[in-house]
Design a protein around this ligand. Structure first.
Ligand SMILES: NC(=O)c1ccc[n+]([C@@H]2O[C@H](COP(=O)([O-])OP(=O)(O)OC[C@H]3O[C@@H](n4cnc5c(N)ncnc54)[C@H](O)[C@@H]3O)[C@@H](O)[C@H]2O)c1
Length: 173
């Protein structure tokens, strides 16, 4: 939840496929945030989807450059293909926009270092979308460890198992 008494935080979404549409829906539902624009070369992705996803109802741009040029944004959510993550994130940081970047951060270690250095150089704000780090179950596990309930940990072998709805596995051809 975004807590703000000021004007809504203006957020753009780059890549509105499966994940981007989910992000767009959460932005639209969030108090204090506004879905300002989306960027995706596939314009039909912004139309209402037969699977029941959100109708985006905001300006569309064919790429991040056009969106950043035209829209004053406070932040972007990047959900485009993995190989584009680093270049897109650096472009947004250079535009002075805060970035939530879908995982993975990059396709290899060298690229991820390039992004980390860009963040430092520009004193930018970037968060990689490892959302389960912020899940209540993770917080409970952390609290249990910190409280000593489990004794002194010497190693952890963890697994997160969850059932996904059947439609998750249906290819959107
Ligand atoms: N699907 C998942 O469950 C899941 C989970 C975690 C992370 N992610 C990550 O989210 C990202 C997106 O995954 P997805 O499943 O939504 O993929 P997707 O293929 O459904 O969507 C990607 C979108 O990016 C668009 N795109 C391509 N080139 C672009 C460009 N130059 N600028 C802007 N948009 C462009 C495509 O047109 C498409 O709409 C990936 O990095 C993926 O690893 C996905």
């Amino acid at each position: 939840m975004i807590e703000s008494d000021g004007p809504p935080v203006r957020i753009g979404v780059i890549g509105v496929g499966f994940m981007g549409r989910q992000h767009a829906g959460f932005v639209r539902a969030a108090h204090g945030a506004r879905l300002a624009a989306v960027a995706d070369p596939a314009r039909d992705r912004t139309a209402e989807h037969a699977s029941g996803s959100v109708t985006l109802e905001c300006p569309w741009y064919p790429d991040a450059t056009a969106m950043l040029d035209a829209e004053p944004l406070d932040g972007v959510i990047i959900a485009n293909p993995n190989a584009l993550h680093v270049d897109t994130a650096i472009q947004c940081l250079e535009a002075g926009v805060a970035v939530l970047l879908e995982k993975p951060i990059a396709v290899d270690y060298a690229q991820s270092l390039r992004l980390v250095r860009a963040v430092s150089r520009r004193e930018g704000r970037l968060l990689v979308g490892h959302h389960r780090r912020h899940h209540p179950a993770t917080a409970r596990a952390r609290d249990a460890i910190r409280s000593g309930m489990l004794g002194e940990l010497v190693a952890v072998s963890g697994m997160w198992s969850a059932r996904k709805e059947d439609r998750y596995f249906t290819s959107a051809a």
